[in-house]
Design a protein around this ligand. Structure first.
Ligand code: NAP
Length: 252
């Protein structure tokens, strides 16, 4: 019998996997046996090499996911080159920082389009792909601590990530009966480009570290277990959850 966490024979599409958490999750999925389609706007050179080193196939599709049309067509392109997509990891995301009283419409729209609107339209295309071929599917959305908390100086990011948690529940409600599991992971504070400004700010860095029971910023590979779980048969009866992977941050 196949191990419930075994992903051999599966293809996972991961967005924004040239770096950071997306890279960590793509490599973890490959190590569990999946072939990987990388969808993003920058060359995922390192990630392609790591997936191939894990013995899996890796495909590279360039798409700017701020464009809804690109999100809608990325899935069809992935199916064309890989034959099928069984797992969708909606990881690509951006953040803009400013005081709420000065927050611009551009900073609002850009973040909402990448983090929420186009996450939805790529998921919609994936759900139609699964339903059309009567095959099960796994959606893993990347949420945030700011799906649970308010944050500060990141109005559109908080709105988008709170939206991701809600949309994950909606997708579960509408698609679970088709054999599609929609769930989310809420990473805590991980050391990536996204948090470079916080890591560089001595006071914020100390305050954040002081609140993490595990005592360190997360490393991208520390998301591996959660994404493999939610992408595999091990989570077949798990629907609509947002799983914190946060070194204990929310326990405080
Ligand atoms: P990151 O290192 O900045 O990576 C973000 C990824 O998204 C990059 O691959 C980036 O591509 C891609 N991306 C951004 N805009 C895109 C666009 N318009 N089209 C296509 N791809 C685009 O950040 P990260 O920390 O790994 O973040 C990954 C996800 O985790 C995001 O959704 C973020 O909100 C979430 N998250 C991060 C943390 C954390 O502590 N780091 C915590 C909670 C949630 P480029 O390299 O080309 O920009």
């Amino acid at each position: 019998m196949k191990h419930p966490f075994d992903l051999s024979g599966k293809t996972a599409l991961v967005t924004g996997a040239n770096t950071g958490l997306g890279q960590g999750m793509a490599v973890a999925l490959a190590k569990a046996g999946a072939d990987i389609v990388l969808v993003g706007r920058s060359a995922p050179t390192e990630t392609l090499a790591a997936i191939k080193a894990a013995g899996q196939k890796a495909y590279d599709i360039r798409a700017d996911l701020i464009e809804t049309a690109a999100a809608k067509t990325a899935l069809a392109e992935a199916v064309e080159i890989a034959g099928q997509v069984d797992v969708l990891v909606n990881n690509a995301g951006i953040i803009r920082r400013n005081d709420a009283v000065d927050f611009s419409e551009d900073d609002w729209d850009a973040v909402m389009d990448v983090n929420l609107k186009n996450l939805f339209f790529l998921s919609q295309a994936f759900a139609n792909h699964c339903i059309g071929r009567k095959a099960p599917g796994k959606i893993v959305n990347i949420a945030s601590m700011l799906s649970f908390q308010g944050g500060i100086r990141v109005a559109s990011y908080t709105a988008s990530k709170s939206g991701v948690m809600g949309l994950t529940r909606l997708m579960a409600n509408e698609w679970a009966h088709h054999g599609i599991n929609a769930n989310a992971i809420a990473p805590g504070y991980f050391a990536t480009n996204n948090t470079a400004a916080l890591q560089a700010d001595e006071d914020r860095n100390a305050a954040i570290l002081g609140r993490i029971p595990a005592g360190h910023w997360g490393k991208p590979e520390e998301l591996g277990g959660a994404v493999v779980f939610l992408a595999s048969a091990a989570s077949n009866y798990v629907h609509g959850i947002t799983l914190p992977v946060d070194g204990g941050w929310l326990a405080r």
